[in-house]
Design a protein. Sequence first.
Length: 331
Amino acid sequence: MIVLGIETSCDETAAAICNNGKIISSIVSQQVIHEKFGGVVPEIASREHDFLLNQVVDRAITEAKVRISDLDAIGVTQGPGLSGTLLTGISFAKGLALGLGIKIIPINHLEGHIFANFLAQPDLEYPFLCLLVSGGHTQIWQIKNINDYRLLGETRDDAAGEAFDKGARILGLGYPGGPEIEKKAKEGNPLKIDFPRILLDKKSLDFSFSGLKTSLLYYFDNFEETENITVSDVAASYQMAIVETLIEKVKRALVKTKYNRCVIAGGVAANTILREKIKEVNPQTDFVFPELSFCTDNAAMISFLAEIKLNSQSSNSFSDFSFGSLPNLRL
Ligand code: KG4
Ligand code: ZN
């Protein structure tokens, strides 16, 4: 099977080709236009997708060295995401699938992130735990099998990625905030400031990051850099508070489920400190991360999951073109 994936849930315009479980091309065009606004402007993002989709899909097909007529199906992100940007991708995908007379598979973006781990470790076995950490979600899932998922905990306010993005804005760093804070934190001492680890005193596997962001805001209000304490120290301490909170909850979820496999999914999975520190939790636990380019939004995970869904359904499935975008889609 040769499956084209299209991803436009936020500000990455992405297309990829999966051929029998192997990604043979993956193109991601990050929309730089939002940088000057310090965050994604939905209307501009939709227009950018509209402008970029044709060339990004064309590049994915060319780099995969296939012809457009070789495509068996198209997988497209249905949600969650921004309403307008999702619609741009879905409309493009439907037009192309109709023109080619092939199937179309609506894909849940969150499920795509989880399945990116099978690209990193094809022999990954069920069941496993999943820490899903992106710009809009922070959740711990029990993944028992395909289509059999149980939510163990989630954030009550900001997502971990959002905490990085808002923290970076407070510190006067760029967008997206995660990589910027990570870069700044490299020179800093994570033990300099004791930012709060919220909800660690509670048994629940839920998270909360808005109080941490507020404590950074108050701390930084009167901050003046000296030789003794630098912005890098603040960034490193803030990053460590997020990472340690995530890891502590994962640790508890592993004890609760007695699982010995855990995958990390979503943009924050690209964070080096998280990748290093989580491995210290327990040498018996197998921690899996997607390769860096498949942590943040991409279409490889969409094409890969679309092919799995295509192979697991009857041949009449996915001929229905009447679906729309679902901005609040849950797993
Ligand atoms: O999965 P993703 O690309 O988009 C959503 O589905 O939301 O995640 C984006 C989030 C952003 O909040 C970004 O700051 C964060 O992932 N992120 C990182 C890193 N790279 C991206 N957070 C921490 N460290 C990173 N290296
Ligand atoms: Zn995402």
